[in-house]
Structure formats: structure tokens, C-alpha cells
Design a protein around this ligand. Structure first.
Ligand code: ADP
Length: 233
């Protein structure tokens, strides 16, 4: 099992006014799976992803990524874990405005000892001809493709995407999801994708539904369809 999560809990707040946001979640995800994480707004999806991504510390339970336990790691160790294993893609692209497409990707290349070839990656994401442009000169979809390439250049084992198409129109969303699927196939990257769009789950191998900090459904998607056939994005 690539990702093994056991009875994790997370609360926020202080001085007695705690809100428990993750209330004992257990799940497992295999290498090379695309896992969609669904649920209503405020149900704890982003917190769940952030705990797996080592952006937030667990209060209780265990998360093992490739057999490495995250519980109890300090900030330096979590940062090393993120650098070595993870790529992040968010709803808003968070590109550096005064760096070109190529430079935005290149800065992350040095974080890895085993990076992908930048020219090949620029071709895969169809941005080679725009490599010298600045983010402000790109469409939303192109900016998100650049953000995905930035997350991928270090060849992460695990790609965490939080509402990656949340800011995009439906045609561009489909293009981005097709790209995510291609990456999964080409690099066997394990992908966790938080979404509140019920259609996106259809392209996932595994679906986890969260409500009120708990898992309400966790199943293998036997009727998986390719991203190009998704509707209502
Ligand atoms: P979702 O991604 O499903 O919309 P979130 O994980 O973002 O849900 O948030 C779940 C709950 O946790 C919300 O009530 C939110 O206000 C609360 N929460 C998330 N992060 C923090 C934080 N850093 N401090 C306090 N409360 C937080």
C-alpha cells in the first residue's frame, strides 16, 4: 500500500474552544491510483489533503507514505518529506509573476536529485511555445498547466491537487483533467484530487467521500471513464 491512513484526527482552536475537523479517518491508496476526494464545502477535504501533504500536523493517528510515518515529524522533517515526495496543485495557480513559464518551472527543478527533462515536460503540457511568457500573458488554463508542470518537474511520487479546475471554465477544466490523467499514465504518479464537482470522480480509480470530518463512502470506481468523456464540468 502506498498511502496508509489510520484513525487520523485534527482539531483547530485553543482555550477549550476546539473544533474537531477530522474525526478519525482511515483509508488506503495504492501506487498509481487517482483518488478523488469529494464532499460539501467545510467537510474537511482540504484539511485531509494538507495532513497528507505535511502542511499541517496530525493530532492523532498515523499516515504512512511509502512506509514513512508522518506522525511526530517536526517542521524540518516535514519540509524534507514534502521536498522529496510531493507536488502540489491548488485552485489558484500561485505562479511567481515576474518569472517566465520556464523559470517558474525551473526554480522547482533544483529541489530534486531526479528531475524530469524540462523541455519534454513543456511539450507534454503544451507550453513549449509559451515558455518565455510571464503568467499575466497566459490564459487561466495555461497558467494552471504551468502550475502543474512546476509541481511535476521534480518527478514527485505523490501529486496532491486541491480543486485544480475550480477557477476554470468547463472546456479548460476538461483539458486540465486530461493532462492529469496523462501524467498518471506516463509517470505512474499517485494522485489525490479534492473536488466538489460530482462529475470529476468518474475519472478516478478510487473515490472517497467525506462529510463532517468523517468518511461516508470509500470505494473502487468500477465504471471509470476517461477524462475526455466527462460531462458537466
Ligand atoms: P473543505 O476543504 O471540505 O471545504 P476545510 O478542510 O477547508 O473543508 O475546512 C473544514 C473546517 O475546518 C472548516 O470549518 C474550516 O473553517 C476549519 N478550518 C480549516 N483550517 C483551519 C485553520 N487553520 N484554523 C481554524 N479552522 C480551520
Amino acid at each position: 500500500m502506498y498511502l496508509e491512513i489510520k484513525n487520523i484526527k485534527k482539531s483547530y482552536g485553543e482555550n477549550g474552544s476546539y473544533i474537531e475537523v477530522i474525526k478519525g479517518i482511515s483509508a488506503s491508496i495504492e501506487k498509481g491510483q487517482i483518488c478523488a476526494i469529494l464532499g460539501p464545502s467545510g467537510s474537511g477535504k482540504s484539511t485531509f489533503l494538507n495532513l497528507i501533504g505535511g502542511l499541517d500536523e496530525l493530532d492523532f493517528g498515523s499516515i504512512k507514505v511509502d512506509n514513512k510515518e508522518l506522525f511526530g515529524l517536526n517542521q524540518n522533517e516535514l519540509s524534507e518529506y514534502r521536498r522529496e515526495n510531493l507536488g502540489f496543485v491548488f485552485q489558484f495557480y500561485n505562479l511567481v509573476p515576474n518569472l517566465t513559464v520556464r523559470e517558474n518551472i525551473e526554480v522547482c527543478r533544483y529541489l530534486s536529485q531526479n528531475p524530469l527533462d524540462i523541455n519534454e515536460l513543456l511539450n507534454t503540457i503544451d507550453l513549449k511555445e509559451h515558455e518565455n511568457k510571464f503568467p499575466s500573458q497566459l490564459s487561466g488554463g495555461q497558467q494552471q498547466r504551468c502550475a502543474i508542470a512546476r509541481a511535476l518537474i521534480k518527478n514527485p511520487k505523490l501529486l496532491l491537487c486541491d480543486e485544480p479546475t475550480g477557477a476554470l471554465d468547463s472546456k479548460t477544466s476538461k483539458d486540465i483533467l486530461i493532462l492529469i490523467e496523462e501524467i498518471n499514465k506516463k509517470f505512474n504518479t499517485t494522485i489525490l484530487m479534492v473536488t466538489h464537482n460530482g462529475s470529476i470522480k468518474n475519472m478516478a480509480h478510487k473515490i472517497i467521500q467525506i462529510k463532517d470530518g468523517k468518511i461516508t463512502k470509500d470505494y473502487i470506481n468500477k465504471n471509470r471513464i476517461e477524462a475526455k468523456y466527462l460531462e458537466d464540468l
